[in-house]
Design a protein around this ligand. Sequence first.
Ligand SMILES: *Cc1c(COP(=O)(O)O)cnc(C)c1O
Length: 414
Amino acid sequence: MHRFKYKGRSLYCENVRVARIAKEVGTPLYIYSRNTLLDHYRKIEKALKGLSPLICFSVKSNSNLSVLKTLVKAGAGLDIVSGGELYRAKLVKTPPERIVYAGVGKKRDEIMDAIRYGILFFNIESQEELELVNQCARGMKKTVNVAIRINPDVDVSTHAYITTGMGQTKFGVDFKTAKNIFRSSWKYRNANIKGVHIHIGSQILSARPFRHAIKKVLGFVDENKISIEYLNVGGGLGIVYSFEKPQTAASFARKIAPIIKRSKLKLIFEPGRFISGNSGIMVTKVLYRKKNGRKNFIIVDSGMNDLIRPSLYRAYHTILPVTKPAGSLKKAKFDIVGPICESSDFLGKDRVLPVLKKGDLFAVMGAGAYSFAMSSNYNSRPRAAEVLVDGTRFAVVRKREAYKDLVRGESVRA
Ligand SMILES: *Cc1c(COP(=O)(O)O)cnc(C)c1O
Protein backbone atom coordinates (compact mmCIF):
# COMPACT_ATOMS: atom_id res chain seq x y z
CA MET A 1 0.00 0.00 0.00
CA HIS A 2 1.19 3.44 -0.80
CA ARG A 3 -0.19 6.90 -1.36
CA PHE A 4 0.67 7.48 -5.00
CA LYS A 5 -2.70 7.22 -6.75
CA TYR A 6 -4.46 8.65 -9.77
CA LYS A 7 -7.33 11.04 -9.34
CA GLY A 8 -8.78 11.36 -12.80
CA ARG A 9 -5.87 11.50 -15.19
CA SER A 10 -3.38 12.95 -12.68
CA LEU A 11 -1.02 11.06 -10.41
CA TYR A 12 -1.06 12.34 -6.85
CA CYS A 13 1.24 11.89 -3.90
CA GLU A 14 -1.14 12.02 -0.95
CA ASN A 15 -3.15 15.17 -1.78
CA VAL A 16 -0.64 16.92 -3.98
CA ARG A 17 -0.54 16.61 -7.75
CA VAL A 18 2.83 15.19 -8.82
CA ALA A 19 2.88 17.36 -11.95
CA ARG A 20 2.55 20.46 -9.79
CA ILE A 21 5.58 19.53 -7.70
CA ALA A 22 7.57 18.78 -10.85
CA LYS A 23 6.61 22.14 -12.30
CA GLU A 24 7.79 23.98 -9.20
CA VAL A 25 10.89 21.94 -8.40
CA GLY A 26 11.95 20.64 -11.82
CA THR A 27 13.13 17.18 -12.85
CA PRO A 28 14.69 14.73 -12.18
CA LEU A 29 13.01 14.65 -8.84
CA TYR A 30 12.39 12.27 -5.97
CA ILE A 31 9.10 12.52 -4.09
CA TYR A 32 8.50 10.79 -0.76
CA SER A 33 5.17 10.35 1.00
CA ARG A 34 5.52 10.99 4.71
CA ASN A 35 2.34 9.11 5.55
CA THR A 36 3.36 6.06 3.53
CA LEU A 37 6.63 5.91 5.48
CA LEU A 38 4.67 6.05 8.72
CA ASP A 39 2.06 3.51 7.56
CA HIS A 40 4.76 0.99 6.75
CA TYR A 41 6.62 1.60 9.99
CA ARG A 42 3.41 1.16 11.98
CA LYS A 43 2.51 -2.03 10.11
CA ILE A 44 5.69 -3.62 11.39
CA GLU A 45 5.27 -2.15 14.84
CA LYS A 46 1.76 -3.55 15.06
CA ALA A 47 2.65 -6.97 13.65
CA LEU A 48 5.49 -7.47 16.14
CA LYS A 49 3.80 -5.80 19.11
CA GLY A 50 3.74 -8.96 21.21
CA LEU A 51 7.53 -9.05 21.15
CA SER A 52 8.12 -5.33 21.94
CA PRO A 53 10.96 -5.15 19.45
CA LEU A 54 13.35 -2.34 18.74
CA ILE A 55 12.71 -1.46 15.09
CA CYS A 56 15.79 0.14 13.57
CA PHE A 57 15.19 1.66 10.14
CA SER A 58 18.05 0.85 7.77
CA VAL A 59 19.55 4.26 7.01
CA LYS A 60 21.30 3.06 3.88
CA SER A 61 17.98 2.45 2.12
CA ASN A 62 17.07 6.13 2.32
CA SER A 63 19.25 8.49 4.29
CA ASN A 64 17.47 11.79 3.72
CA LEU A 65 17.41 13.66 7.03
CA SER A 66 13.69 14.41 6.85
CA VAL A 67 12.90 10.76 6.16
CA LEU A 68 15.05 9.76 9.14
CA LYS A 69 13.49 12.41 11.38
CA THR A 70 9.97 11.32 10.42
CA LEU A 71 10.70 7.77 11.53
CA VAL A 72 12.76 8.63 14.60
CA LYS A 73 9.94 10.90 15.80
CA ALA A 74 7.54 7.98 15.37
CA GLY A 75 9.72 5.89 17.70
CA ALA A 76 12.04 4.09 15.29
CA GLY A 77 15.70 3.46 15.95
CA LEU A 78 18.31 3.43 13.20
CA ASP A 79 20.49 0.72 11.71
CA ILE A 80 23.70 2.35 10.51
CA VAL A 81 26.65 1.04 8.51
CA SER A 82 29.15 3.93 8.53
CA GLY A 83 30.43 6.98 10.36
CA GLY A 84 28.55 9.11 7.83
CA GLU A 85 25.29 7.44 8.75
CA LEU A 86 26.10 7.98 12.43
CA TYR A 87 26.57 11.66 11.61
CA ARG A 88 23.11 11.73 10.05
CA ALA A 89 21.64 9.86 13.02
CA LYS A 90 23.07 12.49 15.36
CA LEU A 91 21.77 15.35 13.24
CA VAL A 92 18.20 14.07 13.66
CA LYS A 93 18.84 13.53 17.38
CA THR A 94 18.32 9.79 17.39
CA PRO A 95 18.51 8.51 20.97
CA PRO A 96 21.79 6.54 21.08
CA GLU A 97 20.14 3.57 22.77
CA ARG A 98 18.15 3.11 19.57
CA ILE A 99 21.18 2.82 17.23
CA VAL A 100 22.82 -0.38 16.02
CA TYR A 101 25.91 -0.35 13.85
CA ALA A 102 26.77 -3.07 11.30
CA GLY A 103 29.22 -3.24 8.39
CA VAL A 104 32.34 -5.28 7.63
CA GLY A 105 34.78 -2.38 7.44
CA LYS A 106 34.35 -0.09 10.43
CA LYS A 107 37.38 2.13 11.01
CA ARG A 108 38.90 3.19 14.32
CA ASP A 109 37.54 6.76 14.09
CA GLU A 110 34.07 5.53 13.24
CA ILE A 111 34.14 3.09 16.13
CA MET A 112 35.30 5.77 18.57
CA ASP A 113 32.60 8.20 17.41
CA ALA A 114 29.95 5.56 17.97
CA ILE A 115 31.31 4.70 21.43
CA ARG A 116 31.34 8.39 22.34
CA TYR A 117 27.72 8.76 21.26
CA GLY A 118 26.79 5.68 23.31
CA ILE A 119 25.07 3.49 20.70
CA LEU A 120 23.24 0.34 21.81
CA PHE A 121 25.36 -2.14 19.83
CA PHE A 122 28.07 -2.85 17.38
CA ASN A 123 27.15 -5.72 15.10
CA ILE A 124 30.56 -7.35 14.87
CA GLU A 125 31.51 -8.88 11.54
CA SER A 126 34.96 -10.38 12.29
CA GLN A 127 37.14 -11.34 15.23
CA GLU A 128 39.69 -8.66 14.31
CA GLU A 129 36.94 -6.04 14.38
CA LEU A 130 35.92 -7.23 17.85
CA GLU A 131 39.53 -6.85 18.99
CA LEU A 132 39.63 -3.28 17.69
CA VAL A 133 36.28 -2.35 19.25
CA ASN A 134 37.45 -3.77 22.57
CA GLN A 135 40.74 -1.89 22.29
CA CYS A 136 39.01 1.41 21.46
CA ALA A 137 36.60 1.01 24.38
CA ARG A 138 39.47 0.22 26.73
CA GLY A 139 41.34 3.30 25.56
CA MET A 140 38.25 5.39 26.26
CA LYS A 141 37.71 3.69 29.64
CA LYS A 142 34.30 2.45 28.58
CA THR A 143 32.49 -0.81 28.16
CA VAL A 144 30.43 -1.30 25.02
CA ASN A 145 27.80 -3.78 23.92
CA VAL A 146 28.31 -5.90 20.86
CA ALA A 147 26.40 -8.55 18.96
CA ILE A 148 28.09 -11.12 16.78
CA ARG A 149 26.84 -11.14 13.21
CA ILE A 150 26.59 -14.76 12.19
CA ASN A 151 26.47 -15.81 8.57
CA PRO A 152 23.97 -18.65 8.86
CA ASP A 153 24.67 -19.98 5.35
CA VAL A 154 21.06 -20.12 4.19
CA ASP A 155 20.02 -19.81 0.58
CA VAL A 156 17.76 -16.89 -0.19
CA SER A 157 16.24 -16.70 -3.62
CA THR A 158 16.88 -13.09 -4.50
CA HIS A 159 19.41 -11.32 -6.72
CA ALA A 160 22.96 -12.54 -6.04
CA TYR A 161 24.07 -8.99 -5.27
CA ILE A 162 21.55 -8.64 -2.44
CA THR A 163 21.95 -12.01 -0.78
CA THR A 164 24.14 -11.68 2.28
CA GLY A 165 23.57 -14.82 4.34
CA MET A 166 25.20 -17.45 2.12
CA GLY A 167 28.51 -19.01 3.10
CA GLN A 168 30.51 -17.35 0.35
CA THR A 169 29.55 -13.73 1.02
CA LYS A 170 31.74 -11.38 3.03
CA PHE A 171 29.18 -10.74 5.78
CA GLY A 172 29.30 -11.95 9.36
CA VAL A 173 31.29 -14.86 10.75
CA ASP A 174 30.65 -18.56 10.27
CA PHE A 175 29.44 -20.75 13.14
CA LYS A 176 32.92 -22.06 13.84
CA THR A 177 34.38 -18.56 14.25
CA ALA A 178 31.36 -17.51 16.30
CA LYS A 179 32.00 -20.41 18.64
CA ASN A 180 35.63 -19.38 19.05
CA ILE A 181 34.59 -15.81 19.75
CA PHE A 182 32.07 -16.82 22.43
CA ARG A 183 34.60 -19.21 23.99
CA SER A 184 37.16 -16.45 24.24
CA SER A 185 34.69 -13.74 25.27
CA TRP A 186 36.51 -13.34 28.61
CA LYS A 187 39.34 -11.74 26.63
CA TYR A 188 37.18 -8.81 25.66
CA ARG A 189 36.91 -7.00 28.97
CA ASN A 190 35.52 -3.82 27.42
CA ALA A 191 33.09 -5.45 25.00
CA ASN A 192 30.07 -7.28 26.37
CA ILE A 193 28.77 -9.80 23.88
CA LYS A 194 25.07 -9.33 24.40
CA GLY A 195 23.53 -10.69 21.24
CA VAL A 196 23.63 -12.39 17.91
CA HIS A 197 22.79 -10.70 14.63
CA ILE A 198 21.81 -12.02 11.23
CA HIS A 199 20.87 -10.24 8.04
CA ILE A 200 20.38 -12.74 5.25
CA GLY A 201 19.58 -10.55 2.27
CA SER A 202 17.11 -8.15 0.79
CA GLN A 203 13.82 -8.26 -1.13
CA ILE A 204 12.99 -11.64 0.44
CA LEU A 205 9.42 -12.59 -0.39
CA SER A 206 8.67 -15.40 2.07
CA ALA A 207 9.24 -15.98 5.76
CA ARG A 208 10.81 -19.38 5.16
CA PRO A 209 14.49 -18.33 4.86
CA PHE A 210 14.09 -16.06 7.91
CA ARG A 211 12.68 -18.93 9.96
CA HIS A 212 15.39 -21.23 8.73
CA ALA A 213 18.15 -18.75 9.64
CA ILE A 214 16.65 -17.85 13.01
CA LYS A 215 16.27 -21.52 13.95
CA LYS A 216 19.84 -22.19 12.93
CA VAL A 217 21.31 -19.43 15.10
CA LEU A 218 19.02 -20.18 18.05
CA GLY A 219 20.09 -23.82 17.78
CA PHE A 220 23.70 -22.66 17.89
CA VAL A 221 23.03 -20.50 20.95
CA ASP A 222 21.34 -23.42 22.76
CA GLU A 223 23.91 -26.00 21.80
CA ASN A 224 26.77 -23.91 23.05
CA LYS A 225 24.93 -22.70 26.15
CA ILE A 226 25.57 -19.14 25.16
CA SER A 227 24.05 -16.54 27.41
CA ILE A 228 22.84 -13.46 25.54
CA GLU A 229 20.01 -10.94 25.73
CA TYR A 230 19.29 -9.90 22.16
CA LEU A 231 18.46 -11.46 18.83
CA ASN A 232 18.81 -9.11 15.88
CA VAL A 233 17.14 -10.65 12.82
CA GLY A 234 18.27 -7.95 10.36
CA GLY A 235 16.05 -6.63 7.59
CA GLY A 236 15.19 -7.94 4.16
CA LEU A 237 11.39 -8.00 3.86
CA GLY A 238 10.47 -7.81 0.19
CA ILE A 239 8.01 -5.38 -1.38
CA VAL A 240 5.87 -5.14 -4.51
CA TYR A 241 7.68 -3.64 -7.50
CA SER A 242 5.46 -5.26 -10.12
CA PHE A 243 3.91 -8.69 -9.72
CA GLU A 244 5.68 -9.92 -6.58
CA LYS A 245 3.54 -11.41 -3.86
CA PRO A 246 5.58 -10.73 -0.74
CA GLN A 247 4.60 -11.79 2.74
CA THR A 248 2.82 -9.10 4.73
CA ALA A 249 4.34 -7.82 7.96
CA ALA A 250 1.58 -9.69 9.79
CA SER A 251 2.26 -13.04 8.14
CA PHE A 252 6.01 -12.59 8.66
CA ALA A 253 5.37 -11.93 12.35
CA ARG A 254 3.08 -14.95 12.69
CA LYS A 255 5.79 -17.21 11.30
CA ILE A 256 8.71 -15.95 13.36
CA ALA A 257 7.13 -14.72 16.59
CA PRO A 258 6.64 -18.14 18.23
CA ILE A 259 10.28 -19.18 17.89
CA ILE A 260 11.52 -15.83 19.11
CA LYS A 261 9.13 -15.86 22.03
CA ARG A 262 10.37 -19.28 23.05
CA SER A 263 13.96 -18.05 23.03
CA LYS A 264 13.07 -15.27 25.53
CA LEU A 265 15.49 -12.97 23.70
CA LYS A 266 14.76 -9.32 23.00
CA LEU A 267 14.10 -8.74 19.32
CA ILE A 268 15.79 -6.18 17.09
CA PHE A 269 14.53 -5.80 13.53
CA GLU A 270 16.18 -3.70 10.81
CA PRO A 271 13.76 -3.13 7.93
CA GLY A 272 14.80 -0.69 5.22
CA ARG A 273 13.13 -1.34 1.88
CA PHE A 274 9.83 -2.42 3.51
CA ILE A 275 9.45 1.05 5.03
CA SER A 276 10.98 3.28 2.38
CA GLY A 277 10.69 1.36 -0.90
CA ASN A 278 7.14 2.17 -1.90
CA SER A 279 7.19 5.50 -0.08
CA GLY A 280 9.00 7.21 -2.94
CA ILE A 281 8.91 7.76 -6.68
CA MET A 282 11.28 9.35 -9.14
CA VAL A 283 9.85 11.80 -11.64
CA THR A 284 11.56 12.26 -14.97
CA LYS A 285 10.84 14.23 -18.13
CA VAL A 286 10.73 13.01 -21.71
CA LEU A 287 13.51 14.69 -23.69
CA TYR A 288 13.39 12.88 -27.03
CA ARG A 289 11.86 9.95 -28.81
CA LYS A 290 13.67 7.94 -31.43
CA LYS A 291 13.81 4.66 -33.25
CA ASN A 292 16.95 2.57 -33.78
CA GLY A 293 16.41 -0.50 -35.89
CA ARG A 294 13.26 -2.06 -34.54
CA LYS A 295 13.44 -0.45 -31.10
CA ASN A 296 11.56 2.58 -29.89
CA PHE A 297 13.45 4.65 -27.37
CA ILE A 298 12.24 7.31 -25.01
CA ILE A 299 15.13 9.38 -23.72
CA VAL A 300 14.42 10.93 -20.33
CA ASP A 301 16.31 13.38 -18.16
CA SER A 302 17.33 10.91 -15.45
CA GLY A 303 19.64 7.98 -15.79
CA MET A 304 21.64 5.37 -13.93
CA ASN A 305 23.37 8.11 -11.96
CA ASP A 306 19.96 8.96 -10.44
CA LEU A 307 18.57 5.42 -10.18
CA ILE A 308 21.03 2.58 -10.68
CA ARG A 309 18.86 -0.37 -9.61
CA PRO A 310 17.78 -1.36 -13.15
CA SER A 311 21.38 -1.27 -14.40
CA LEU A 312 22.93 -2.87 -11.33
CA TYR A 313 20.39 -5.55 -10.41
CA ARG A 314 18.20 -5.62 -13.51
CA ALA A 315 15.55 -4.43 -11.07
CA TYR A 316 12.08 -3.83 -12.43
CA HIS A 317 10.37 -0.55 -11.55
CA THR A 318 6.85 0.15 -12.74
CA ILE A 319 6.81 3.25 -14.93
CA LEU A 320 3.64 5.32 -15.18
CA PRO A 321 2.65 8.55 -16.92
CA VAL A 322 2.33 11.41 -14.41
CA THR A 323 -0.62 12.63 -16.45
CA LYS A 324 -2.49 10.08 -18.51
CA PRO A 325 -2.97 11.37 -22.05
CA ALA A 326 -6.52 12.48 -22.78
CA GLY A 327 -8.70 10.60 -25.21
CA SER A 328 -6.51 8.26 -27.22
CA LEU A 329 -5.46 5.10 -25.40
CA LYS A 330 -2.72 4.44 -27.92
CA LYS A 331 0.15 2.46 -26.45
CA ALA A 332 3.46 1.24 -27.81
CA LYS A 333 6.54 -0.63 -26.67
CA PHE A 334 9.51 1.45 -25.55
CA ASP A 335 12.87 1.29 -23.84
CA ILE A 336 13.06 4.14 -21.35
CA VAL A 337 16.68 5.24 -21.30
CA GLY A 338 18.71 7.99 -19.70
CA PRO A 339 21.32 10.46 -20.93
CA ILE A 340 24.36 8.63 -19.50
CA CYS A 341 26.96 7.38 -21.96
CA GLU A 342 26.61 3.68 -21.09
CA SER A 343 24.50 1.02 -22.79
CA SER A 344 23.42 -0.20 -19.35
CA ASP A 345 21.76 3.16 -18.70
CA PHE A 346 18.07 2.32 -18.75
CA LEU A 347 15.09 2.62 -16.42
CA GLY A 348 12.91 0.07 -18.18
CA LYS A 349 13.03 -2.12 -21.27
CA ASP A 350 10.26 -3.21 -23.61
CA ARG A 351 7.62 -1.34 -21.64
CA VAL A 352 4.16 -0.95 -23.11
CA LEU A 353 3.25 2.64 -22.30
CA PRO A 354 0.95 5.39 -23.47
CA VAL A 355 2.57 7.42 -26.20
CA LEU A 356 3.87 10.52 -24.41
CA LYS A 357 5.52 13.46 -26.07
CA LYS A 358 8.50 15.68 -25.40
CA GLY A 359 8.15 17.47 -22.09
CA ASP A 360 5.72 14.93 -20.59
CA LEU A 361 6.53 13.27 -17.28
CA PHE A 362 6.99 9.69 -16.16
CA ALA A 363 6.90 8.42 -12.58
CA VAL A 364 9.25 5.59 -11.74
CA MET A 365 7.49 3.79 -8.91
CA GLY A 366 9.00 2.08 -5.88
CA ALA A 367 11.96 4.48 -5.83
CA GLY A 368 12.09 5.19 -2.10
CA ALA A 369 14.77 2.63 -1.20
CA TYR A 370 18.29 2.22 -2.61
CA SER A 371 17.44 4.83 -5.20
CA PHE A 372 18.49 8.39 -4.36
CA ALA A 373 20.74 6.80 -1.71
CA MET A 374 22.75 5.09 -4.48
CA SER A 375 22.81 8.08 -6.82
CA SER A 376 26.06 9.55 -8.07
CA ASN A 377 27.49 12.40 -10.09
CA TYR A 378 28.62 10.15 -12.95
CA ASN A 379 28.87 12.08 -16.21
CA SER A 380 29.09 15.21 -14.00
CA ARG A 381 25.38 15.30 -13.51
CA PRO A 382 24.08 17.17 -10.46
CA ARG A 383 22.03 15.00 -8.13
CA ALA A 384 18.23 15.31 -8.21
CA ALA A 385 16.11 17.24 -5.72
CA GLU A 386 14.14 15.40 -3.01
CA VAL A 387 10.69 16.42 -1.83
CA LEU A 388 8.66 15.24 1.15
CA VAL A 389 4.85 15.38 0.91
CA ASP A 390 2.61 15.53 3.95
CA GLY A 391 -1.10 15.64 3.14
CA THR A 392 -1.70 18.75 1.08
CA ARG A 393 1.76 20.23 1.61
CA PHE A 394 5.20 19.53 0.26
CA ALA A 395 8.71 20.69 1.05
CA VAL A 396 12.03 20.38 -0.75
CA VAL A 397 14.12 18.34 1.68
CA ARG A 398 17.21 18.25 -0.50
CA LYS A 399 17.99 20.96 -2.98
CA ARG A 400 18.89 20.00 -6.51
CA GLU A 401 22.68 20.11 -6.80
CA ALA A 402 24.27 22.93 -8.77
CA TYR A 403 27.36 22.71 -10.97
CA LYS A 404 29.46 24.22 -8.22
CA ASP A 405 28.51 21.27 -5.97
CA LEU A 406 30.10 18.99 -8.57
CA VAL A 407 33.56 20.49 -8.10
CA ARG A 408 33.47 21.17 -4.36
CA GLY A 409 36.87 20.31 -2.94
CA GLU A 410 38.57 20.11 -6.30
CA SER A 411 41.40 22.39 -7.38
CA VAL A 412 42.90 23.15 -10.75
CA ARG A 413 46.57 22.22 -10.99
CA ALA A 414 48.48 21.24 -14.03
C1 LIG B 1 20.80 -3.28 4.27
C2 LIG B 1 20.63 -3.81 5.62
C3 LIG B 1 19.36 -3.88 6.20
C4 LIG B 1 18.09 -3.48 5.49
O1 LIG B 1 17.76 -4.35 4.45
P1 LIG B 1 16.35 -4.19 3.70
O2 LIG B 1 16.37 -5.27 2.68
O3 LIG B 1 16.32 -2.85 3.09
O4 LIG B 1 15.28 -4.38 4.71
C5 LIG B 1 19.27 -4.33 7.51
N1 LIG B 1 20.36 -4.72 8.19
C6 LIG B 1 21.60 -4.67 7.66
C7 LIG B 1 22.76 -5.10 8.47
C8 LIG B 1 21.77 -4.22 6.36
O5 LIG B 1 23.00 -4.20 5.83
